[in-house]
Design a protein around this ligand. Structure first.
Ligand code: PMP
Length: 412
């Protein structure tokens, strides 16, 4: 029965043995367990992925929300539809147009963050034992969703230009030869979490063609696309294959994660199923949160705010990359993200990032070990470093401390 757990306190759980099999796939993520340690003030946390919401003009946002309740309280405090507010869905199509997507508001369903969209898509497509293919490393909580639905998770390697199309094709061909077909190919093609890499423009049509040829739906998760730090926005995969791609978006990184507003943009039949699944999951999303985001987009200077976020994250990213170059011992390598929140670091052969973590915490710096971002135990030599939350000076201190720890490990 599905009663595996990492918590010993649950060994005394009187309901042990009664849980559904799928509950066995639900284990605390390494990232969550880390947050408690990493939030101690003396520790520089390069572990979390929390956006710097403190940069928002909170007074103005507060006034806007008070105005919303005053003007449209009866609507904002009422139930809404399972598909989401029509005016917000129209605003969302304008947001997606920045990445080349031409969508109708009816293609969109508003969800509780893009995390819920991930859950709903998996719920309607994945039976226990079905194969879900992901690039690797990949978003840890997406792995959690696929595991919760008892998917068989398989990986396709990526390099500094994103997922490797030949490897994707080979993998799908191998599955077909064994009489299997993946239900989904999950990818974070732009400023990925955790690798900080972006799928190269010339690979994008190839990835779409391969998935189309093998009859695999692409799940494009894109919460970071508008946090481009070097060039303009990247054209979304969905822009070039609206029938073959379900696109997930979010206001968590570009506005505020506390509002929990994300969305899926899907082919019509898929979208209709998502709405039915959403109805059973939540009746309707918070009308208040949806109207607040829509009012914000329509009345506040979001573009200015995005510019400010980008400047702040660019400064922090540069601080991290400069500090890595200045302090890391030879043999350590890392990615150079053009946007988003994350750098992916690879330690020299023989070092284990998870085993090293207690020593790093002792030296007052925290990161996320790489193994959590794979379903198959890979990633021992890797770690994810995030530059989104601490200010530049703290990032420099943190990287310096980490480099000392790595240097000591190497000399042992
Ligand atoms: N996908 C990716 C790749 C993410 O990094 C995150 C947030 N860490 C999410 C989805 C979920 O974001 P939210 O539910 O806040 O929209």
């Amino acid at each position: 029965m599905g009663d595996d757990t990492t918590h010993s306190s649950q060994n005394t759980d009187p309901w042990r043995g009664r849980y559904a099999d799928r509950a066995a796939g639900m284990v605390a993520s390494e990232v969550r367990a880390l947050f408690a340690v990493a939030s101690r003030p003396e520790i520089v946390s390069l572990a979390g992925g929390m956006p710097a919401v403190g940069a928002l003009p909170l007074e103005e946002v507060g006034d806007m929300m008070a105005g919303l309740v005053r003007d449209r309280g009866a609507e904002a405090l009422q139930y809404g539809s399972a598909q989401g507010d029509a005016s917000l869905r129209e605003s969302i199509t304008e947001v997606m147009a920045r990445e080349g997507i031409d969508a109708d508001p009816d293609d969109v369903i508003v969800t509780v963050g893009s995390q819920q969209a991930l859950d709903l898509v998996t719920r309607i497509f994945v039976d226990p034992g079905d194969t879900v293919l992901t690039e690797a490393p990949t978003y840890v909580t997406a792995l959690g969703v696929f595991a919760a639905y008892q998917a068989r998770i398989e990986h396709v390697p990526m390099d500094e230009h994103g997922v490797v199309p030949e490897a994707l094709d080979e993998h799908l061909t191998r599955l077909a030869a064994a009489g299997r077909r993946a239900k989904l190919f999950y990818t974070v093609p732009t400023f990925s979490n955790p690798a900080g890499v972006t799928l190269a423009a010339e690979r994008r049509p190839r990835v779409l063609e391969i998935c189309r040829r093998h009859g695999v739906l692409v799940l494009e998760d894109n919460p970071y696309g508008l946090l481009h730090l070097d060039a303009g926005p990247t054209r979304a995969l969905r822009a070039d294959d609206p029938e073959g791609v379900v696109y997930l978006g979010s206001f968590s990184k570009t506005l505020a994660p506390g509002l929990r507003v994300g969305w899926a943009c899907a082919p019509a039949a898929v979208r209709a199923k998502l709405v039915l699944a959403a109805e059973s999951a939540m009746l309707s999303h918070s009308a208040f949160a949806q109207l607040a985001v829509d009012r914000y987009l329509r009345t506040q200077p979001w573009d200015e705010q995005l510019k400010e976020f980008r400047e702040m994250y660019r400064t922090r990213r540069d601080a991290m990359l400069d500090a890595l170059s200045a302090t890391m011992p030879p043999g350590v390598t890392w990615t150079r993200p053009a946007g988003g929140f994350f750098v992916w670091l690879t330690l020299p052969e023989g070092l284990d990032a998870k085993a090293m973590l207690p020593r790093a915490v002792g030296a007052r710096v925290a990161y996320v070990p790489g193994t959590g971002f794979y379903a198959d135990g890979s990633g021992t030599a890797n770690m994810r470093l995030s530059y989104c939350f601490p200010p530049a000076e703290r990032i420099r201190d943190g990287v310096r401390r980490l480099a000392d720890v790595v240097g000591t490990e190497l000399s042992l």
